[in-house]
Design a protein around this ligand. Structure first.
Ligand SMILES: [Ca+2]
Ligand SMILES: [Ca+2]
Ligand SMILES: [Ca+2]
Length: 314
């Protein structure tokens, strides 16, 4: 079965305001006895359960079906595990969490990481209209999101299986928490909004930026370092919980001119399953390199789609 795309998820979410366009699902009874003990540690990640015999994971906030619409969301709390099962195809599970402060919000999903058959698709939306989602993490199919929320608010979490798979072994748990910034940086993108006027940056610096819509492209220029021919450009985002899937494009400047088309392009990390592009290259008589960072075609964008860009001499 084809994996859901971020674009399709957007359509599904747009649909949520109209009840009639969602499939009617049976009211699955999930009220089997739950272990009342708190599972407030990450130890479940270290000890995968036997999915042949294990019941749905005990947690502090088990889902309450029906929860296919945001208005039916199971209320959970910050810093505590919620959990559920994709019992039927097209099972959409909503949770709602009150976040009392601005800060870096982390939404951690555990499914494959603890032996589940589910490949969860995660989308989070705030009552102020911020939305962000992911269908995989950097090290497994379990999404992990870490984003800088600008204010307190109510956040609605949607989980569904990315392949419309279902069954009692399609269980998951999800925890929302506040955390610290996953990376540091030297300064933010202040200009560099066009190819004609890229932002200057120094080797070794890290710059922070946001890809707030599909038309947003960040342009950065660095001189070819003296006596050093080998360099690396890297976007750090998905690996650290950003929902951004980005593409790096390289335009080498020679005789003051930039080529119309990029000479190099990267939209993934060849050494891992993260979406973060990395380019390693050697100077071949150029004066400088102009690099652009934009969203990978078909992927999501928004105010919380952050990245840190780093340029280093090797
Ligand atoms: Ca469910
Ligand atoms: Ca559901
Ligand atoms: Ca996880």
């Amino acid at each position: 079965m084809t994996r859901l795309s971020l674009g399709l998820l957007g359509t599904m979410l747009a649909c949520q305001s109209c009840q009639g366009c969602k499939p009617e699902l049976p009211n699955v009874d999930t009220s089997e006895p739950q272990d009342s003990e708190k599972d407030d540690s990450d130890s479940a990640q270290d000890s995968p359960v036997d999915t042949d015999t294990a019941p749905p994971p005990p947690c502090e906030f088990p889902e309450l079906e029906p929860n296919n619409n945001p208005g039916q969301a199971t209320v959970a709390e910050l810093e505590a595990w919620a959990c559920g099962v994709f019992e039927a195809a097209y099972d959409f599970d909503h949770f709602q969490v009150e976040v009392p402060y601005a800060g870096w919000l982390k939404v951690d999903v555990d499914a494959a990481e603890r032996g589940s058959s589910a490949a969860p698709f995660l989308f989070v939306e705030s009552d102020s209209g911020l939305g962000f989602g992911a269908d995989a993490g950097a090290s497994s199919t379990d999404p992990l999101l870490v984003v800088p929320i600008p204010s307190s608010g109510t956040f609605t979490i949607l989980l569904t299986d990315g392949y419309n798979g279902s069954g009692l072994d399609f269980d998951y748990q999800v925890k929302t928490s506040l955390t610290k910034a996953p990376l540091s940086w030297d300064y933010g993108m202040t200009d560099g909004t066009s190819k004609d006027a890229p932002m200057s940056m120094d080797w070794g610096d890290r710059v922070y930026g946001v890809v707030d819509d599909s038309q947003t492209v960040h342009w950065i220029e660095l001189p070819v370092p003296e006596g050093k021919a080998d360099v690396q450009f890297q976007v750090m985002a998905h690996r650290y919980g950003s929902p951004l899937s980005s593409t790096l494009r390289l335009f080498p400047r020679s005789d003051g001119e930039l080529p119309d088309k990029p000479t190099e392009l990267a939209n993934s990390d060849p050494d891992s399953s993260s979406w973060d592009p990395i380019l390693r290259l050697s100077a071949e008589g150029e004066e400088s390199w102009v690099v652009s960072i934009k969203v990978t075609e078909g992927s999501g964008t928004g105010d919380l789609y952050w990245f840190v860009f780093e340029a280093i001499e090797l």
